[in-house]
Design a protein around this ligand. Structure first.
Ligand code: FE
Length: 345
């Protein structure tokens, strides 16, 4: 009883004596990313700013559901999500607010940010991943799968497997194709992929890689970091998978490989807005970019920044598409309609 009364008094005194400083000394982070290197990442921010980071770790869908249900009472300051399709959806659902920051403008390429509606973008890419093609080396020649178009080529009939067409990773890739090819050609391409499937879509990206290795199918799409993770694994079963597969960055002779992002935003009702912006700016610093990207075997969003990652080094440099990622996210509604027409589950 004594404690119950005394605690709020102490808190009130602390707020009075430290004023504004006490109010920004913490930050609530809702994160769909959780990797070993996160601890060092957040500890370094706290060391530099005195702002404690309180984390709510959940997957993307759970983070979004929680923000929705909490509404204006949400304690969330910063939100970390993966894929432009999800970031765009959250923006449209009114879960973020615009941020005007010289540091972020200078560091994060315009193609990797949300659309600037006048008051600044509502989200910023912090790391990049490529949507690559993997193939079974014993059954497929690299030159038969070196473009996204090849996924729909009749020569690859019965060989292709993918996760659900409606998953954000595919919605974004297909949205990029839509931007480039237009509706009719994109629909024809999606029908071609469906016609080439070895089995109905199921599982995640790692499941597709394993299905390619086992021969259940011979060609699949995956985000680059899932392959990098297997390449860096010491488990014999993962080594065996990596032995059997080849990888290709599609469309190197054309418009480049589709690249997506993991990104951050300031929550719509952020109680600690200044701290939230400072945190996003910190994540764009050289030091934090290396932690953030390496934690999930991704590339930094900041251009020209080199990180030491043996799997990414082994994959080699590649030409990335240059479409603004905000456009790609925006196209997902149209893409879903095309998927339904093409019978792509
Ligand atoms: Fe993922």
């Amino acid at each position: 009883m004594y404690r119950a009364i005394r605690m709020p008094v102490l808190a009130a005194l602390a707020a009075l004596s430290f004023g504004a400083a006490a109010q920004v000394a913490e930050l609530n982070l809702y994160s769909a990313r959780h990797y070993q290197t996160d601890e060092a990442l957040y500890a370094n921010f706290t060391k530099a700013t005195g702002i404690a980071v309180k984390r709510v770790d959940a997957d993307d869908a759970a983070v979004l559901a929680r923000l929705q249900s909490e509404g204006s009472a949400s304690p969330a300051d910063v939100v970390l999500l993966v894929d432009a399709a999800r970031l765009w959806r959250a923006e449209v659902d009114g879960l973020f607010q615009p941020v005007r920051s010289k540091a972020l403008d200078a560091r994060i390429p315009t193609t990797l940010r949300g659309k600037d509606g006048g008051e600044g973008p509502q989200w910023f890419g912090l790391s990049t991943r490529a949507r690559i093609i993997v193939y079974n080396k014993a059954g497929v020649k690299k030159e038969d799968v070196d473009t996204y178009a090849a996924l729909a080529d009749p020569k690859n009939k019965g060989k292709v497997c993918t996760r659900s067409g409606s998953h954000p990773y595919n919605l974004s890739l297909f949205g990029a194709q839509l931007e480039r090819l237009g509706e009719a050609k994109t629909e024809a391409w999606l029908r071609g992929i469906v016609a080439n499937m070895a089995r109905p879509p199921k599982g995640g990206d790692t499941d597709q890689i394993k299905a390619v290795a086992s021969g259940e199918c011979l060609i699949a799409l995956t985000n680059s970091y899932y392959l990098a993770r297997l390449m860096r694994s010491e488990r014999p079963e993962d080594r065996a998978v990596v032995e059997k597969i080849g990888m290709v960055f599609p469309d190197q002779a054309g418009s480049g490989t589709h690249v997506n992002i993991a990104g951050g935003a300031v929550a719509r009702h952020a109680p600690h807005r200044a701290a939230a912006v400072a945190f996003l700016e910190y994540l764009a610093s050289d030091e934090a970019q290396a932690y953030f990207a390496n934690g999930n075997n991704e590339w930094p969003a900041v251009a020209g920044l080199k990180i030491a990652n043996p799997a990414l080094d082994a994959m080699g440099p590649f030409k990335a598409e240059t479409l603004p990622i905000a456009v790609v996210g925006m196209n997902q509604v149209k893409v879903q309609r095309l998927l339904d027409k093409a019978g792509y589950k």
